[in-house]
Design a protein around this ligand. Structure first.
Ligand SMILES: Cc1cc2nc3c(=O)[nH]c(=O)nc-3n(C[C@H](O)[C@H](O)[C@H](O)COP(=O)(O)OP(=O)(O)OC[C@H]3O[C@@H](n4cnc5c(N)ncnc54)[C@H](O)[C@@H]3O)c2cc1C
Length: 310
C-alpha cells in the first residue's frame, strides 16, 4: 500500500481531523465532485437526472458509520424505509445500499437483522432490491451471516465482497450455491498484509478471477454480478471474457460511483452495457470522502486547487 494511501486511510479514522476538515469551505467544495448534496432530496434529484439524461439506474447510500445506540439505528432504518417509499412513488429505478454498522451491527446481531429485514421487506414489497456494503475486516463474518439470514427470506438482497481480502475466494464459493447477487469491489479500508493483498496488481488479478468465476456456466440461475469498479482495463478484460463465451446463468451490470470515471461511464452507456451509478449523500461524509481520496492520491491535488477556488 502506498504511503499516501495509508496516510489518507488513517485520516479517515481520525475524529480530530474530521471535526476540523468538515468546517473548511474548500473541503466541502471538493466533496461536491463525488456527492451531489447532503440531503435525500438532492440525492433523489441526482438519481432522476441520471435516469433522464443517461438512462441509467442508481443506488443510494446514506452516509454514516458506527452508532452508539439502537435508537440511532432505528432512525436510520426509518430513513431508508421512507426513502424506498419515495423512490417507488417517484417511479425511479433506484436501489439502496446499506452499511450494517449503521443498522446497529455493533449493538447486536439480532437487532441489526430486524432493521435490515424491515428494509429488505419494504424493498421487496415495491419489487426493489437492497445491497449490503462490506466494511472493514472485523465486520466480514457478521455481515455475511446477516446477508445469509436475509437472503433465506428474500432474494431481493445483495452483498458486497472485496477482492483485496484473501478470504473472499472461499467466501464467494460458500455463497455461490445460493445463486446470490454479489457486488464485487476491490476494497476501500486499511487492512493488514496478513488479511489483504498488499500489492495492487494482486488485488486486480484476484478481482478478475473472482468475477470470471461468477460468469462460469456452473453457477445457479439467479446469480447476479455487480461489477463495482472504475478500472477500465478490468472492465474491458471482463467484457472480452463475456463476449468470447456463451452467456452463463449469471446476469451482470457495471456499477460505478457518482463523479468517478465519467468518460468510461458515458462510453458504457453509449455501448449499451448495463450500468448503475452509486450516489452517496448525508452529513457524515468525511471518512467516506477520505477513502475516495485514497483511491486516487491525485485527488489530493484537486483538493489543494479547491483551496484557492472561489
Ligand atoms: C458501486 C460501488 C460500491 C462500492 N462499495 C464498496 C463497499 O461496500 N466496500 C468497500 O470496501 N468498497 C466499496 N467500493 C469502493 C471500492 O472498494 C474501491 O475502493 C473503489 O471502487 C476504487 O477501486 P477501483 O475498482 O475503481 O479501481 P482502482 O484501480 O482503484 O481505480 C481505477 C481507476 O479509476 C479511477 N478512480 C478510482 N477511484 C477513484 C477516485 N476515488 N477518484 C477519482 N478516480 C478514481 C482512476 O482513474 C483509477 O486509475 C465500492 C465501489 C463501487 C464502484
Amino acid at each position: 500500500m502506498s504511503i499516501m494511501r495509508s496516510v489518507l486511510l488513517a485520516g479517515a479514522e481520525s475524529v480530530w481531523l474530521r471535526e476540523k476538515a468538515m468546517r473548511y469551505p474548500f473541503v466541502r467544495r471538493s466533496v461536491s465532485r463525488f456527492m451531489p448534496g447532503e440531503s435525500a432530496d438532492e440525492a433523489l434529484d441526482a438519481c432522476r437526472r441520471q435516469q433522464e439524461q443517461h438512462g441509467t439506474g442508481t443506488i443510494l447510500t446514506h452516509l454514516g458509520e458506527n452508532l452508539s445506540s439502537l435508537s440511532e439505528a432505528e432512525a436510520v432504518t426509518r430513513h431508508y424505509l421512507e426513502l424506498i417509499d419515495r423512490v417507488a412513488a417517484m417511479g425511479l429505478d433506484v436501489q439502496v445500499s446499506v452499511k450494517l454498522t449503521q443498522l446497529g451491527l455493533d449493538l447486536g446481531l439480532d437487532a441489526c437483522h430486524q432493521n435490515l429485514w424491515q428494509i429488505v421487506a419494504r424493498a421487496e414489497s415495491h419489487g426493489n432490491t437492497v445491497w449490503i456494503d462490506m466494511e472493514s475486516t472485523k465486520y466480514v463474518d457478521p455481515t455475511i451471516e446477516l446477508f445469509r439470514r436475509a437472503r433465506a427470506r428474500s432474494p431481493r438482497v445483495g452483498l458486497c465482497l472485496q477482492a483485496y481480502l484473501y478470504r473472499t475466494k472461499a467466501d464467494l464459493e460458500a455463497l455461490l450455491p445460493l445463486g446470490p447477487a454479489i457486488r464485487l469491489v476491490k476494497g476501500a479500508y486499511r487492512e493488514p498484509p496478513d488479511l489483504a493483498f498488499p500489492k495492487k496488481a494482486d488485488v486486480d488479478e484476484n478481482y478478475f478471477q473472482l468475477a470470471a468465476r461468477m460468469l462460469q456456466p456452473d453457477v445457479p440461475q439467479g446469480t447476479f454480478l455487480g461489477i463495482g469498479t472504475h478500472d477500465e482495463h478490468l472492465v474491458e478484460r471482463l467484457r472480452s471474457v463475456m463476449a468470447s463465451r456463451p452467456a452463463g446463468p449469471a446476469s451482470h451490470e457495471f456499477e460505478m460511483l457518482y463523479g468517478i470515471q465519467r468518460p468510461l461511464q458515458a462510453r458504457l452507456v453509449a455501448e449499451r452495457a448495463p450500468l448503475r451509478i452509486l450516489i452517496s449523500y448525508g452529513e457524515f461524509w468525511f471518512p467516506w470522502y477520505m477513502r475516495r481520496l485514497a483511491e486516487r492520491p491525485a485527488n489530493v491535488l484537486f483538493v489543494a486547487k479547491s483551496m484557492f477556488a472561489r
